[in-house]
Design a protein around this ligand. Sequence first.
Ligand code: MRU
Length: 352
Amino acid sequence: MEDVKAIEWVNGRVRLLDQTRLPHEEVYLELEDHHQMAAAIREMRVRGAPLIGIAAAYGMALGAQHIEASNIEDFLTQLRPIAEALAATRPTAINLSWALKRMTLAAQAAADPQAAREALVAEALRIHQENADADRRLGQHGVQLIPAGSAVLTHCNTGSLATGGSGTALGIIRAAWEQDKLSRVYLSETRPLLQGARLTAWELARDGIPATLIADGAAGFLMQRRDAIACVIVGADRIAANGDVANKIGTYTLAVLASEHAIPFYVAAPTSTIDLSSASGDQIPIEERPSEEVTTFAGVAVAPAGIEALNPAFDITPHRYVSAIITERGVAREPYAESLPQLFQQEGVRHA
Ligand code: MRU
């Protein structure tokens, strides 16, 4: 099945599938400038760490089309606030600042404003293509860890709607399905914004992969039943140098439960998600989102007015719970402080 086109550069504009409208409606937005892109990222019309990076890159290319400058210095001066506005949208996924750094370098290498505009479009397209290629390679590495006949549990959405390719954790699940290794996918609904129920369920249904949705709180019950789950596979928004993983809120809970039940817990992410400059998870900023996302459900209040609500969008899973980190460059295991830097020593890997 062909991957969903979550984002596309079309004739100087960006065509974006509005993920807040899924699964009920497939609505595409046409974005013309970086302000619209920054709003789309903040409002989670486009989301998922790798796709946020791609979206920010296209956002910078959009913004550059509107810069009027007579020389490259002036152009670069005007480009800086565009990058800063995009960088300020969501703090946790490192792919965002990783992509913006690459875009800035591409513009800096240009001789004049027109060449810089063209270089920015070319670099954004390259980042997008590289992500799709990384997904494919990551899927091939990851599928080798899945025993035949497995049921796996995943969290949030890590598919085409999150990466611009076939997905990270979901890419592995797709590869396992193609190789006839998968019996079923259990997916947690992923409160409060329901990326599992709305987005992963939608992607799996499109592909005809057998899927069972569970409430987040049902994961322990499922793991307690012997042999119900062969492994848990999730994505990541940022991985620290010691292997601590920032991912969608609820990931840590799943990792501790998996450990209690001796179920392997795998994290799948491209190397662009690894942040060697963060020594541990303590240094990763965690986005806090509006409390209304918790106190309401599809716009309807589910809690008494005035109740205080905490809404961290991500949590940190300590590396001791992570059985392996699967990347497009291969599989890293403990000690991550050694195995993660080794991934970057291989030729041709760019990192922040
Ligand atoms: O808040 P979101 O929906 O952007 O969070 C997404 C996740 O946490 C994903 O698991 C992560 O970005 C990996 S996507 C391949």
